[in-house]
Design a protein around this ligand. Structure first.
Ligand code: ADP
Ligand code: MG
Length: 496
């Protein structure tokens, strides 16, 4: 999402004052002291309720580990679904040829092609394109959504240049990254469990999402076959491990959030007799559904109640990009209603859900100027309010409180996974280099969030253990990862 250019004349602009607040009719001094104190009270309460001191982080990390175990033991026994990815053939580096990837996220879909050159040449060429998903398709039918995607893919495939070479006699193969909870039935098939991140597409229930895509590709006359259905976290792990064998966990922090990790087959009681050559597989935790021990506020509860999936995805609603801006908007609205934070200007835009988005609160936190002019501009452009310097300072603190809680809780979740892995097999994680591959627009673009996440990991693990835990951005790992998984699971792999 792009942030509109800042207005330079915020201070001199007037907003329509069609409705006068009752508080504006009170004597000035009384209003000032009363409102200032109620704004401060709301801020203090917010900071207290969002606080994530070490005991809270520890409780979250421990609960994450317990919920992981429960989800591995019995299907449905935990918030965490702990889904088998069927990815036990990770890319080795030997993969060769042309492969495509399609990534359906929450905000965009991306298409990518890669020419793989085997162990010496690795990635010879890549080309990618990104298309944003029109809002109406998020609430339309499955056919409309998949037709839109297949047509984007077909247009991209038409523009294949000479550096990309399909081996003779082969059909183009695709890794399909689908970043929603899916009950995977094989490496190249899976049933949608539920839509998340604001999607509510009809006609997908109980259907194999690969079949949906295949049918749409046929309608487009596109000759391509899906060789791997990949969750975005799983794709990130595969992509990152291709370059660095110490990668054991991958986490997505974008519109939504998820995490996956390398698990031993014999530590999955709910799947007895499951086979894997390596003895390991990747488990997709679907940790967005986690909910134990999270410090929540009235703003979180109200946002959840009004969401299209109330009671679900509580961790996601507390830490991911789709929601952080919206939580801040709700706090600011309450501060304005109860304490005239923005004076007498009518905050019409501020009343619109999701008018303030996470990239805006991120931009707010980057303003280090004395007068916080950039914050003033963002509030004016996005929320339709005029904010004096003191109000801008309050807004900054609200953003920081929400980003800090999100980043630290995400960090606690990561530590929960690492501890679970180490507890099951001493020496697997700690005391040697272990990499957590990170991807997603929130992690990539929000430096304060990233720092809070790292701080929490370091606090929880202590200086000695955290020294060897590398939390690393894996840029577009999931796109390449999906293409690599298509290659590793190619229909023609026995021909290589
Ligand atoms: P998706 O999750 O849809 O696959 P991305 O990983 O690109 O896509 O993440 C996009 C999300 O990242 C946006 O919805 C937004 O919440 C967040 N984001 C994007 N840019 C920024 C930014 N500058 N600051 C903070 N968050 C951002
Ligand atoms: Mg994504």
């Amino acid at each position: 999402m792009s942030i509109p250019a800042a207005s330079t004349a915020v201070g001199s602009l007037c907003l329509p004052r069609s409705r006068i607040r009752s508080s504006a009719l009170q004597p000035m001094m009384a209003v000032r002291s009363g409102t200032v104190s109620s704004v401060t009270q709301i801020l203090t309460k917010l900071q207290k309720e969002c606080a994530t001191p070490l005991p809270v982080l520890r409780h979250v990390a421990d609960s994450m580990g317990n919920d992981m175990r429960a989800g591995l033991a019995v299907d449905g026994a935990s918030d965490l679904k702990m889904i088998l990815s069927y990815v036990d053939t990770l890319p080795t580096g030997n993969e060769k040829g042309l492969f495509y990837a399609l990534d359906l996220g929450g905000t965009n879909f991306r298409v990518l092609r890669v020419q793989l050159g085997g162990i010496d040449q690795r990635v010879i060429a890549t080309e990618a394109q990104q298309v944003s998903i029109p809002q109406d398709l998020m609430f339309g039918t499955s056919e409309e959504l998949f037709d839109f995607i297949a047509s984007g893919l077909a247009k991209f495939a038409e523009k294949e240049s000479g550096e990309f070479q399909l081996l003779q006699g082969r059909k183009r193969e695709l890794g399909f990254t689908f970043s929603f909870p899916v009950k995977q039935t094989s490496i190249s098939s899976g049933i949608l469990i539920k839509w998340t991140k604001g999607f509510a597409v009809s006609g997908t229930s109980g259907k194999d999402v690969v079949a949906c895509l295949n049918e749409a590709m046929q309608r487009q006359g596109l000759q391509m076959q899906v060789s791997a259905l990949v969750n975005d976290a799983v794709g990130t792990l595969a992509g990152a491990k291709y370059w660095d064998n110490d990668v054991m966990v991958a986490v997505i922090l974008g519109t939504g959030t998820n995490a996956c990790y390398v698990e031993r087959i014999d530590a999955i009681p709910k799947m007895p007799g499951q086979k894997s050559q390596s003895g390991t597989t990747i488990i997709n935790t679907e940790w967005g559904a986690f909910s134990t021990g999270l410090p929540l506020t009235e703003f979180d509860r109200e946002m959840d109640a009004e969401s299209i999936n109330p009671g679900e995805q509580i961790f996601e609603k507390t830490i991911s990009g789709m929601y952080l801006g919206e939580i801040v908007r709700r706090v600011l609205l309450k501060m304005d209603e109860a304490g005239s934070l923005f004076g007498s200007s009518m905050p019409d835009k501020l009343q619109t859900p999701f008018s303030l988005r996470t990239p805006h609160i991120c931009a707010i936190q980057q303003d280090t100027s004395n007068n916080l002019d950039e914050i003033g501009s963002i509030l004016f452009n996005e929320a339709g309010v005029e904010a004096k310097t003191e109000a801008r300072q309050i807004v900054l603190e609200v953003c920081d409180t929400i980003a800090k809680r999100g980043g630290r809780l995400a960090g606690a979740g990561i530590v929960g996974i690492l501890h679970k892995m180490e507890d099951d097999m001493k020496g697997l994680i700690f005391g040697k280099r272990t990499v957590v591959a990170m991807d997603g627009g929130l992690y990539e673009n929000y430096p304060q969030y990233r720092n809070y996440l790292q701080d929490a990991v370091t606090e929880l693990l202590g200086p000695a253990l955290s020294e060897n835990i590398v939390i690393e951005h894996s840029k577009d790992g999931s796109g390449i990862g999906a293409a690599l998984l298509a290659a590793a699971n190619s229909k023609y792999k026995h021909h290589i």
